[in-house]
Design a binder for this molecule. Structure first.
Ligand SMILES: [Zn+2]
Ligand SMILES: [Zn+2]
Length: 350
């Protein structure tokens, strides 16, 4: 551990599957190109729960989750040029990358061949564990810090740093816009941002949800149509309809059935991550030159573009702000799909 480390209040899972509790964690000193961020709000992402419960294995404990961070710059290193004390800023899913591979050079840091450094549950370049946003402060390199425009409240901005960019990136890459028919599968934390962003991009938006329970919400968020996937007639009626289908669900899907909804030359893009391998009859791709693809968050420049786009269109996440002592309860409610649509922790209560 380096010297001059400060400790900050945080909520951590002390071990896999243990409830999160209040503690303190070290933060590195503010370096040449670092900003110290006074965290105001931190979103709860489904993958926080997954990692705190060690769903992917090899978790680093104690673990401070949180990669949807919004706050205010409290201090800057002497070499910092992009930010000043008082600026509204955000931090997403990663805080560093190799900066030299072909993807980093293209602004696709999320696909860094050396591996980007996760905001938490990772080791930084000095081999120290990274701790995420369920904390009062964080120190981040200015090159991995985003600017949050005045047009978005900080609490509604926090979830954009993961949920927002996770949907914005594939919508932009597959050119959702006027004249395009887009379907969003699943109306949760990710899906609700997909609906808002696709609508703002000018696409005709359809929600494909298990039931019609959230229909009113979906239409209010900007969807033009809403269908229940539990009704087999949905798949008959919508066959060959969409230019782009984005699945946000992490339960295994019948990919063949969803590909049947895609037009010739269209794409089914997965941003949810089912744990089990999937079986697929490749005729569902061949008959229509279709693409089955995946997409993971976005690079730094694209994340900034997304924040600017959301501010220009008045888009933030639909949130429920909670005090930190309700994190464990919030986890249970996320697992039960009982949140509309993102929990955000008020960091002043940490
Ligand atoms: Zn996330
Ligand atoms: Zn790289």
């Amino acid at each position: 551990m380096t010297t001059n480390v400060t400790t900050v209040p945080a909520y951590a899972a002390p071990a896999a599957n243990a409830p999160l509790e209040r503690t303190t964690v070290p933060r590195r000193p503010v370096g040449e190109h670092d900003v110290l961020i006074d965290i105001k709000f931190s979103g709860i992402c489904h993958s926080d729960i997954h990692q705190a419960r060690d769903g992917w294995g090899e978790g680093i404990f104690p673990m401070v989750p949180g990669h949807e961070i919004a706050g205010i710059v409290a201090e800057v290193g002497p070499g910092v040029t992009k930010f000043q004390v008082g600026d509204r800023v955000g931090v997403g899913c990663f805080v560093d990358s190799c900066r030299t591979c072909e993807y980093c050079l293209q602004g696709l840091e999320q696909y860094c061949t050396g591996g980007m450094t996760g905001t938490y549950n990772a080791l930084d370049k000095n081999g120290e564990p990274t701790y995420g946003g369920y904390a009062r402060h964080i120190v981040v390199d200015e090159n991995y810090t985003l600017r949050i425009p005045e047009g978005i409240a900080l609490d509604e901005a926090a979830p954009l740093l993961c949920a927002g960019i996770t949907l914005y990136s594939p919508l932009a890459h597959w050119q959702a816009g006027p004249g395009k028919k887009v379907a969003i599968v699943g109306l949760g934390g990710l899906g609700h941002m997909g609906v808002k962003i696709a609508h703002a991009l000018g696409a005709e938006v359809t929600v494909l949800s298990q039931s019609l329970k959230k229909q009113e919400d979906g239409l209010k968020l900007g969807a033009d149509h809403f269908y229940a996937t539990s009704d087999p007639a949905t798949f008959t009626e919508l066959a060959g309809t969409f230019d782009l289908v984005i699945s946000t669900v992490s339960a295994p899907l019948d990919f063949g059935a969803y590909l049947s909804l895609v037009k010739t030359d269209g794409a089914l893009v997965n941003v949810g991550a089912p744990e089990e391998p999937v079986a697929l009859n490749l005729f569902s791709l061949i008959g229509g030159r279709k693409t089955l693809a995946g997409s993971m968050i976005g690079g730094i420049a694209e994340t900034q573009e997304m924040l600017d786009f959301c501010a220009a269109h008045g888009l933030g996440a639909e949130i429920e702000v909670i005090d930190a002592d309700r994190i464990n309860e919030a986890y249970e409610r996320v697992l039960a799909s009982d949140v509309r649509y993102r929990f955000v922790i008020d960091a002043s209560t940490i």
